[in-house]
Design a protein around this ligand. Structure first.
Ligand SMILES: Cc1cc2nc3c(=O)[nH]c(=O)nc-3n(C[C@H](O)[C@H](O)[C@H](O)COP(=O)(O)OP(=O)(O)OC[C@H]3O[C@@H](n4cnc5c(N)ncnc54)[C@H](O)[C@@H]3O)c2cc1C
Length: 359
């Protein structure tokens, strides 16, 4: 299951490769553990498939070009492309933010076939290790994990979509270790948010239905269905409000974490859950809380109006590095109050459209 574990303290980061074919990556920092996904299709293979739309207020933190009405058609496009279906609900569900408003299958059934049909080439198990400028474009060095050999690819335009933690690792390495992208903004690593700001509860749902919900949400989510069977009802990812700064250290990156207790704490959420499901146990919430567990890291390469405020413009293009784009969760300048994959995908739709117009 686990591909690698990266453990960082204030001074250095170390990595242990557990299984090249594993699906999960664990990034362990002081007071924060980030669970990430690996493999072509990324988080869509491991996530719960819940896609929530953030409130219109959320977009106020973005550059002026990005507004709720600008984003509406891209959100609609993601809903269509992702084959979103309404997640089954239960009359006893406690509060907003529960069980999501819609659920989708993984990218292997949605965007990836469309990309292949359009001529995309997939290189699974190739890990980009280094990015640099080359002539008027970029060179990407990658390690082919199947053969252990290195490959270098050149491109006029480079679109970086390695997920929040890995995009930050690649950009920090290029700017500070290799000095190969020296113009990347000094704000890199700031405005990093480890978790959705609002704690979330999946369920509680009676056992039969929770298995049904899990398997309806994600046909490939056998692990979730199994968890739903063991933990009934199931309570997931309560978190205090965490904010952090990511910075380079030898061996990778580390995160300096600030934890703020908000009125909407895990205890409150647990109480909500208990009020409708007597068997919800505080232990389900205690461990994630202690670990500072997050599966929803966003930001660190924030969109902004200038390089003094963020890393990329509203088009996803990195300030100071023409035709280098970041199109993943790292570009979100703040955490949505919901699970992040729908806003990430909607922004990616917009970046792609603008890139095509420019080309
Ligand atoms: C267990 C779990 C449950 C979740 N549940 C939900 C949910 O229900 N709803 C929701 O909205 N969100 C959920 N999330 C979060 C969601 O999966 C992520 O927010 C989302 O996938 C982030 O998208 P992304 O494009 O930024 O990165 P990712 O989806 O992580 O994609 C990054 C891709 O880049 C690849 N990559 C990384 N480094 C390199 C490299 N060096 N070279 C080449 N390729 C590389 C990775 O293998 C991966 O394919 C969950 C996450 C987890 C882990």
């Amino acid at each position: 299951m686990i591909r690698n574990i990266r453990r960082a303290n204030a001074r250095r980061s170390r990595e242990w490769r557990i299984n090249t074919y594993g699906l999960y990556e664990i990034h362990r920092f002081q007071r924060l553990t980030v669970l990430g996904a690996s493999g072509v299709g990324g988080g869509s293979h491991t996530d719960a498939g819940i896609q929530d739309e953030p409130s219109s207020q959320y977009w106020a933190d973005f550059p002026a070009e990005i507004t709720p009405s600008v984003m509406a058609p891209y959100i609609a496009r993601v809903r269509t492309m992702s084959q979103l279906t309404q997640a089954p609900t239960h009359s006893q569900q406690p509060s907003p933010g529960v069980a999501g408003d819609a659920a989708s299958p993984g990218l292997d059934l949605t965007y990836l076939p469309a990309a292949l049909t359009a001529g995309a080439e997939l290189w699974p198990l190739c890990e980009a290790t280094r990015i640099s400028t080359h002539l008027n474009g970029y060179a990407i060095e990658a390690l082919d994990l199947r053969t252990g050999t290195s490959v270098t690819v050149h491109a006029d335009r480079l679109v970086l979509a390695a997920g929040t933690m890995n995009t930050l690792r690649l950009l920090f390495a290029a700017r500070d270790r290799d000095h190969s992208l020296p113009h990347v903004s000094r704000t890199l690593g700031q405005r990093f948010y480890p978790a959705a700001t609002q704690p979330q509860v999946l369920g509680p749902i009676p056992s039969e239905e929770s298995t049904h919900v899990a398997s309806t949400m994600r046909p490939t989510g056998a692990g979730i269905a199994m968890l739903a069977k063991i933990y009934r009802p199931m309570t997931v990812v309560p978190a205090d409000r965490l904010s952090a700064t990511v910075r380079a250290v030898p061996g990778g990156v580390t995160a300096d974490v600030t934890r703020q207790r908000s009125p909407e704490t895990s205890e409150q959420k647990a109480a909500d859950a208990k009020s409708v499901g007597p068997s919800v146990d505080i232990w389900h919430t205690w461990l994630p809380q202690r670990l500072g567990l997050s599966a929803h890291p966003v930001g660190g390469a924030a969109l902004a109006s200038t390089r003094f405020q963020g890393v990329a413009s509203h088009t996803g293009e990195v300030f100071g590095q023409p035709r280098l784009y970041v199109v993943d969760g790292s570009t979100l300048p703040t955490a949505p109050e919901v699970a992040p994959s729908l806003p990430i995908a909607a922004l990616a739709e917009r970046y792609a459209e603008l890139m095509l117009q420019e080309a």
